[in-house]
Design a protein around this ligand. Structure first.
Ligand code: WT7
Length: 647
């Protein structure tokens, strides 16, 4: 039997959403989505309120996804201007630097508004306008949020690239998006280590050759030396200083693009996930309010990086649209020691804390003492995101971090979703460790078998969503066909998530992980195809196959099988060189955890690599290989078993 954690009574008494609210409104949100979302849309400030609510069809024939299609609004006005009268002096962002010895900063809504306006004006002066793309490659500093909001103000489409990506990955994204301008910093700082951001951008632009990029704005952050190439490169301060602190917001249609964010899939290069203005902002702000039970005085901290969708929706757009105080942390959980998160919680009296299972597992390994030496009495709600949370980590989070007092929201969603789709509403129903529980308003999850048959009641299979929600991605940038093929072709009329899931007797959902060739490493999505392409770019590699394997801290690790070109010799030096090569091609986040030499790969007679077998070897389950008789050469498997991880 799984244990059930009921809603604490005191929490229920003050909750934004009760069980009665959910039962009533969820039913309406499915029965009459027009009425439901039309009403919820009033939480935003529209320049022109929408009269059309939804135009949606997942069918190949009339395929379209549009929400609030005749509405007009500006995202930065919703995140800033409309709070000035009542919350001008309220702290919008708390900046907690990498080093605890540096002073934190508090930026009021008024100050943030002024900074966004100054940058918006500067961008316009540099020739950036509505529909232009801007790449943002910044550390977790206030300028990252300012840059996103300044783009939104003038209608430019931002594309944030995580600081853990290499020059190559930046080059791909700049090329694909056709960015006109890049905003970066001299260096980033993480756990006392410097990240050469500007140098990475220089490398990317060299690799990309002639690009659309006209200007690189450089924030002076660490003061480290950088190579400024005039007139392309400009200091951020120099272009922003002296700009007026008001800036006319662009009138945007609800369906105008807000941002592109690249994410890995099972095939090919990362896809540019495109989110638009009205539906995205509404969904980010409404889920943030309901799932995190946001109140006026909360101090809310999401530890994600703004380079991921979690940072977009739940550090910047959701919280600021709700007029909340959102904390941005530049550093890492282990620096200077394993107590850092909780010291930051105490220092800023954080009430709501949202992190990833990988961080919880890493801290759990350090024992209770680093937690217990802090007070954490300000905390009232905890959240988890990025991968399934194992029940052991869930209980530790609940019992040790939350002192048994705080509900946990295990929030399941994806870059493609814009916001949370399945999660507890903390004041409404009981939780179970490891389950994301029930769907958010307007979200209709279902489970299908491989043939696409809908399964009823208790079951396990592939997770699909039956209808649209406002935060849904609208297309793959520049490739509508790929959008349809990736998400709507497998099961006609449904959105396929790529995840497996189980539904229990209470109707609770348990996400079991990806069912496609995507690996979830510390909550980051890595396409096996991308790592394979990177490996075969190396002149000594003939062939490579990459799979995931269970990893104690990361959830999944990256396991690479490599066949060398005839005549090349396997060696530890070459192994290190190949790992370094992947880091250079994609970035440190894609480093293989284990690389195994494969004299040959297991293939069917038609030449298809049998990944099922490679996964089982990587999982260290040689007794579960299943039928190998269809292999062209079954003896290949014995060779691989001989030098596998753990053998
Ligand atoms: C994949 C999406 C948007 C969240 C950050 C990651 C996995 C995410 C959970 C959860 C189980 C989860 C899924 C999903 N995932 N949250 N609470 N429980 N699995 O966004 O990079 O787009 O990855 O992360 O496998 O498909 P992403």
């Amino acid at each position: 039997m799984t244990d059930l954690y009921p809603v604490p009574e005191a929490f229920a008494a003050q909750a934004n959403v009760t069980w009665a609210d959910y039962e009533r409104d969820y039913a309406e949100s499915i029965r009459d989505p027009e009425a439901f979302w039309g009403r919820v849309a009033q939480r935003l400030d529209w320049m022109k309120p929408p009269t059309r609510i939804r135009d949606v069809s997942f069918d190949r024939q009339n395929f379209q996804i549009r929400w609030f299609a005749d509405g007009e609004l500006n995202v930065s006005v919703n995140c800033l201007d409309r709070h000035l009268a009542t919350r001008g002096d309220k702290t919008a962002l708390i900046f907690e630097p990498d080093s605890p010895d540096e002073p934190p900063q508090r930026i009021s809504y008024r100050e943030l508004h002024a900074r966004v306006c100054r940058l918006g004006n500067a961008l316009r002066n540099l020739g950036v306008g509505k529909g232009d793309r801007v790449t943002i490659y910044l550390p977790m500093i206030v300028e990252a949020a300012v840059a996103m909001l300044a783009c939104a103000r003038i209608g430019a489409i931002h594309t944030v690239v995580f600081g853990g990506f290499s020059s190559n990955s930046i080059a791909d994204r700049v090329r694909d998006s056709g960015a006109k301008l890049i905003i970066t910093a001299d260096e980033g700082l993480r756990g006392g280590k410097k990240v050469p951001l500007k140098a990475n951008v220089d490398g990317a632009l060299k690799l990309a050759g002639t690009t659309s990029v006209e200007t690189v704005l450089v924030v002076r952050h660490t003061g480290g030396a950088v190579d400024m190439q005039m007139p392309r490169d400009r200091w951020y301060d120099a272009v922003v200083d002296g700009q007026p602190d008001s800036c006319e917001p662009e009138r945007m249609n609800a369906e105008d693009p807000l941002f592109i964010l690249y994410t890995s899939g099972s095939t090919g290069k990362p896809k540019g996930v495109l989110h638009t203005t009205g539906g995205y902002l509404l969904f980010a702000s409404y889920t943030h309010w309901a799932v995190f039970d946001i109140k006026e005085d909360d101090v809310y901290w999401c530890t994600a990086d703004v380079g991921w969708v979690t940072g977009h929706s739940y550090i910047v757009y959701g919280p600021l649209a709700n007029g909340s105080t959102s904390l941005m942390f530049e550093g890492v959980p282990s620096h200077p020691d394993a107590s850092r998160f909780w010291q930051v919680v105490d220092r800023h009296q954080v009430t709501i804390f949202y992190t990833a299972p990988t961080a919880i597992r890493a801290l759990m390994r350090e024992g209770e003492e680093p937690v217990k030496r802090t007070s954490r009495t300000s905390l009232r709600l905890l959240g988890s995101v990025g991968e399934p949370i194992n029940p052991e980590a869930w209980r530790w989070y609940h019992d040790v971090v939350g002192d048994g007092r705080c509900p946990i929201v295990d929030t399941w969603w994806q870059t493609e979703n814009g916001g949370i789709l399945i999660s507890p509403l903390p004041g409404a129903w009981a939780t179970k460790p490891g389950s994301a529980t029930l769907p958010f308003f307007g979200v209709q999850p279902a489970i299908v078998d491989a043939a696409g048959n809908l399964l009823e009641g208790e079951c396990e299979g592939n997770l699909v969503i039956m209808d649209s929600w406002p935060g849904q991605m609208r297309t793959v940038y520049g490739d509508d066909q790929r959008f349809f093929d990736t998400y709507f072709a497998a099961y006609p009329g449904m959105y396929f998530t790529g995840d497996g899931a189980r539904r229990d007797a209470d109707g609770y959902y348990w996400i079991t992980g990806r069912v496609d060739d995507v690996i979830n490493v510390s909550g980051h999505r890595i396409g096996t195809a991308e790592v394979e392409s990177a490996l075969v770019l190396h002149p000594k590699v003939a062939e490579a196959a990459v799979v995931g394997f269970p990893h104690d801290l990361k959830g999944q690790g990256i396991y690479a099988y490599v066949t060398l070109v005839a005549g090349e010799v396997e060696s530890d030096e070459l192994l290190k060189e190949l790992v370094a090569h992947v880091r250079k091609e994609i970035g440190p986040i894609a480093s293989p955890d284990f690389l195994q030499w494969a004299p040959a790969l297991p293939k069917t007679r038609s030449g298809k690599i049998m990944r099922r077998i490679l996964r089982k070897i990587a999982e260290n389950a040689p007794d579960q290989l299943g039928d190998t008789s269809t292999l062209a050469d079954p003896s290949v498997v014995d060779a691989l078993l001989g030098n596998r991880r753990g053998a």
